[in-house]
Write a protein that binds this ligand. Structure first.
Ligand SMILES: [Cu+2]
Length: 133
């Protein structure tokens, strides 16, 4: 009984460490393209991604940082924010991108520490949505 309570307390704590809103789990559909991205303090790798335009894509972001909080923000060519999501610490976060029009997008982490943004420390990159040939 005691052990069961401790386990559920741990799971509760782990589940609540990230986003305040619980979101439905993203599952990859058959044939859907998965793009891998690594994140950490303070980088995204690769810093330059290419995906097909007008196709749904799932981003699979492996966050190597287990203490410092990071996020993934995707902004359109005009700077408008399309996606903003906290990254699971020391684990994977799946993000399904709606089909994007061809163009160059920017992704970055919007966290900061002592007035210095993670983005300025190197947590940013470019995502190219390329038209099919
Ligand atoms: Cu960050």
């Amino acid at each position: 009984m005691k052990r069961w309570m401790l386990l559920s307390a741990l799971m509760f704590a782990a589940g609540c460490a990230g986003a305040p809103v619980r979101e439905g789990a993203v599952t990859v559909a058959p044939g859907e393209q998965v793009v891998d991205l690594r994140a950490g303090s303070y980088f995204f790798a690769p810093a330059s991604l290419s995906i097909p335009a007008e196709k749904p894509v799932v981003l699979r972001i492996r966050n190597e940082a287990s203490v410092i909080p990071h996020s993934f923000v995707l902004a359109g060519p005009g700077g408008n924010v399309l996606v903003r999501k906290p990254l699971r610490k020391g684990g994977e976060t799946l993000i399904r991108l709606s089909p994007l029009p061809a163009g160059t997008y920017t992704f970055y982490c919007d966290k900061s520490f002592l007035g210095s943004t993670h983005r300025s420390k190197g947590m940013q990159g470019k995502l190219e949505a390329a038209p099919a040939k």
